[in-house]
Design a protein around this ligand. Structure first.
Ligand SMILES: [Zn+2]
Length: 528
């Protein structure tokens, strides 16, 4: 291992093996409450665990990757981005698994939010075993654990009270219950018989009854107890936590004490992951979705490998931004460079090479490609797509070499970005009707006519450099400032004052599309 640059996922994997010892099976866990649209910050939980799971598997370990949906949580608040707010309002205080799906598609509100994520995760190569907490509680799987927590009530209370400014009330229980009549959590446990029997009263509907933990389908552990209980129940070796849960006295802290003192299990290895910021995106993001950016939104702009790359390339304890602005171009460039380094197509120092190689491996959805895939820089692809008005096949046909599925995905992302997020100065439309002639001075018309003649005769043999030089010469010969000539050409081609770098742009547009646009100004030249 000397001199080897370790990726952070490999470092944590080694730490897990060190702390938990050699085991036939390691359990890595993630968990999220689907109480609203699962956002890209939540996604950091899933991908963090996936990266650790891959690191362990690459070390030859067997790993179980579990993902718990905390869907027995109570519906506390109607999120801003949901339809049917009034209907949802009437279901507050009920478990999110009994709240109807406001989109009318899934069996419940919780299921809708879960489904949105579950269908996308395989696209980014994440395939955990899903656990549904509501179903587990309803099946009675945690009856023994709840009884155990009730027996250890005082120990649990003492641990929680250590970190509270105000002590838990005398009648606090680690178990709560949804009323079986009105389904709300507006209940108070009044009695526990020391075994499985308990009684409660509901303040919403007045219902009171006595239930058995083994049959009660609606009792559950307080979340700060549920969390460590699950570590023991599933024998979890690793679980990360968001910044907000990882402070002193936070849920990880109290869970670690509860799991060892009450459930007789050693807390898993963990790390804290930081928040994700969103950069750019302007009006579209804030208005249409109530500011919630989901994995689906990010996958519209970034191909799956690059979504993984963003997270694999950043240490979990650093905050970073998922960008929707011009940085998108730079991120694609960085990824392409990482790919070239992996395949030895770009030379860098040994340390950098090792680092980038591992990031590249962890960024792949499935296997690493056998050879360097075809690359088209995003900026170039955006120009091609705009020239072809979003026709992906036509844009890709203009590129030499083979076209694969990755490139197609990249092209879809590029077009989504142009349409939805690219700044105005980056967007253009090739003028459609060549008859829309703009008025030029004699010297401007002369320069354009000269360019027309040059392109008509020599297009195939022009390079970006030779064409660029020719444009400067044409401007000079006709007594124009080069920048004025550029403006004239941009107005003719895209009806704007500026655009992509001109010589390369003309070559990208192609002979067949550019000649008709210049032709009205090149009549004299043409008739020569
Ligand atoms: Zn009730």
């Amino acid at each position: 291992m000397k001199n080897q640059v370790l990726h952070w996922a490999d470092t944590f994997a080694l730490q897990i093996i060190n702390k938990k010892g050699e085991k036939p099976l390691y359990v890595c866990a993630a968990g999220i409450t689907p109480s609203g649209t699962v956002h890209i910050g939540n996604f950091r939980e899933m991908i963090s665990v996936d990266l650790i799971v891959r690191a362990l598997r690459d070390m030859g370990k067997q790993v179980r990757f579990i993902f718990s949906w905390d869907d027995f949580d109570v519906f506390r608040k109607v999120p801003a981005n949901m339809p049917q707010k009034e209907m949802l309002q009437t279901h507050l205080r009920r478990p999110i698994t009994v709240v109807p799906d406001p989109f009318g598609e899934e069996e419940s509100y919780a299921r809708h939010n879960e489904q949105e994520v579950e269908k996308l995760l395989p696209l980014v190569g994440i395939r955990p075993e899903f656990i549904y907490q509501a179903a587990r509680y309803a099946a009675g799987d945690y009856a023994e654990s709840m009884r155990h927590a009730l027996i250890n009530l005082q120990t649990i209370k003492n641990i929680l009270n250590e970190h509270r400014t105000e002590e838990l009330p005398a009648d606090w229980w680690p178990v709560s219950v949804f009323c079986t009549s009105c389904l709300k959590d507006t209940t108070k446990i009044s009695d526990w018989d020391g075994e499985y029997g308990f009684s409660y009263r509901c303040s919403s509907c007045g219902n009171s009854e006595t239930l058995d933990l083994r049959q009660a389908r609606t009792a559950k552990l307080f979340w700060r107890v549920d969390f460590p209980m699950r570590w023991q129940y599933e024998k979890v070796d690793f679980e990360p936590g968001g910044k907000e849960h990882h402070s002193a006295g936070g849920s990880f802290d109290t869970a670690s004490q509860i799991v060892s003192r009450v459930f007789d299990y050693e807390a898993p290895v963990t790390f804290k992951y930081d928040f994700i910021r969103i950069k750019g995106g302007g009006g579209k993001i804030s208005s249409s979705s109530g500011n919630v950016i989901s994995l689906g939104d990010v996958l519209e702009i970034y191909q799956p490998e690059i979504v993984r790359y963003l997270f694999a390339g950043t240490r979990p304890n650093s905050e970073f931004a998922v960008s929707f602005d011009l940085d998108v171009l730079k991120i694609y460039e960085d990824y392409d460079k990482c790919e070239r380094i992996y395949f030895g197509a770009e030379e860098v120092g040994e340390k950098r090479r090792q680092k980038e190689k591992r990031i590249y491996e962890l960024s792949q959805v499935d296997k690493v490609p056998a050879k360097l895939p075809a690359q088209i820089p995003l900026r170039h692809l955006c120009n091609l797509l705009q020239i072809n008005e979003g026709d992906i096949e036509a844009a890709l046909a203009a590129v030499p070499g083979e076209t694969d599925e990755r490139l197609r995905t990249r092209a879809r992302c590029a077009w989504n970005w142009i349409v939805g997020y690219a700044p105005g100065e980056f967007r253009f439309r090739l003028r459609k009707d060549p008859r829309q002639v703009i008025t030029l001075t004699d010297s401007q018309a002369g320069a354009v006519a000269g360019l027309y003649t040059l392109l008509a005769r020599e297009f195939a043999s022009l390079s970006e450099k030779s064409l660029s030089e020719a444009i400067y010469t044409l401007a000079q010969d006709n007594g124009l400032e080069p920048k004025d000539f550029f403006k004239v050409l941009y107005r003719i081609l895209i009806d704007k004052e500026m655009g992509p770098r001109l010589a390369g742009f003309i070559l990208t547009i192609g002979r067949d599309k550019i000649l008709p646009l210049l032709q009205p100004y090149g009549k004299n030249a043409h008739s020569e």
